[in-house]
Design a protein around this ligand. Structure first.
Ligand code: RUB
Length: 327
């Protein structure tokens, strides 16, 4: 639903996220930051209070597009919270400048983080190894691409990732670079795990207790990897760690349309059929070997420490409450 006064470009970004033309937690976060920057640049009023109210409504509108990846509220909060928490601006012009600078710095940080993850993660891969991945994660693709660039002949198994087949995107990205990739049905993971050295997946959210929320099916793959004794790595930027979980807020698992699972004609022919389409699941920290981040490879049990360092106890509280209450 659109909000009064929201620029067309921002409505377009929101619908791109909602309809998954922009997808993957990192890209979603950067799109959110860009939407806030465009909104600030296009604002033409001269009341600071009105500007803050407007930015808050844009922020809410953007965050509502997809509920699971915490990268989106974290990016939005990074961009606009100084206006509310620190009262940094005394005029609309100053406030706009703050939003534009924060959006730019978030986007630049996010891009550098993927490069750092590629560099760090590539050290974990060895020549000739077979890596299995699920869905399409920019962080994972960057690690495998970097290892391949260094001359390591890694082979990749990509799950097709039903119902929307993001595994095809991963396979195509890697095959285009020359990596040998095989696509398998999701249900074939247990049959082929004996050929796999390492599993690496991305993340939409990492909770304070080190659980990883990622594309539906990830937790089954983690169980299978554990059964076989294969390492199960998660590659993620630190802004996908959720400060909200420190305060006990549950991660909302997005439920998408039944039409993604069964064609509309079959649904119409079978009105008594029920379809569930949860988009993500939760892998407990006990199944995760390590998390590859831009600040290093950490045990999942260290997630709380990452959050504490990033936000500090007080700031975590502000992130959860500040923006909502101050407007
Ligand atoms: C994408 C998905 C990805 C993470 C990480 O789900 O689960 O593994 O978002 O991706 P969807 P990245 O296709 O539903 O958005 O590393 O690119 O942030």
């Amino acid at each position: 639903m659109a909000v009064d006064g929201i620029p067309k470009e921002v409505e377009r970004i929101a619908s791109d996220i909602r309809d998954m033309r922009v997808r993957g937690a990192g890209r979603i976060a950067r799109a959110g930051a860009l939407a806030l920057r465009i909104s600030a640049e296009k604002y033409s009023g001269d009341s600071l209070e009105d500007f803050k109210r407007y930015m808050k409504s844009v922020a809410d509108y953007i965050v509502r597009t997809r509920p699971t990846a915490v990268s989106l509220p974290n990016a939005v909060s990074y961009v606009i919270s100084p206006l509310f928490r620190l009262n940094v601006a005394q005029s609309v012009e100053e406030a706009k400048k703050v939003v534009v600078e924060r959006a730019n710095s978030f986007i630049a940080y996010s891009e550098r983080a993927v490069e750092a993850i590629a560099e760090i993660g590539s050290r974990l891969l060895h020549d000739g190894e077979v890596v299995l991945t699920h869905c399409n994660s920019q962080a994972v693709v960057s690690i495998i691409s970097e290892a391949f660039r260094q001359g390591k002949r890694v082979k990749v198994i990509a799950t097709e990732t039903r119902p929307l087949f993001q595994g095809y995107i991963t396979a195509k990205m890697l095959a285009d670079k020359g990596v040998e990739v095989t696509i398998i049905p999701d249900s074939a993971v247990r049959s082929i795990i004996k050929d796999v050295d390492k599993v690496i997946v991305g993340a939409d959210t990492v909770t304070a207790n080190g659980a990883v929320v990622n594309k539906i099916g990830t937790s089954l793959i983690a169980l299978i990897a554990r059964e076989r004794g294969a390492d199960f790595y998660v590659a993620t930027e630190t802004y996908k760690f959720s400060p909200y979980t420190v305060w006990g807020e549950p991660v909302v698992i997005e439920e998408r349309s039944p039409a993604e699972v069964l064609p509309g004609t079959l649904l119409a022919e079978n009105p008594r059929l029920k379809v569930l389409n949860p988009s993500f699941d939760v892998t407990p920290s006990s199944l995760v070997t390590a998390i590859i981040t831009e600040i290093g490879v950490i045990p999942p049990q260290a997630s709380f420490l990452v959050l504490e360092e990033m936000y500090s106890r007080e700031a975590v509280h502000d992130t959860v409450r500040g923006v909502e209450e101050d407007v």
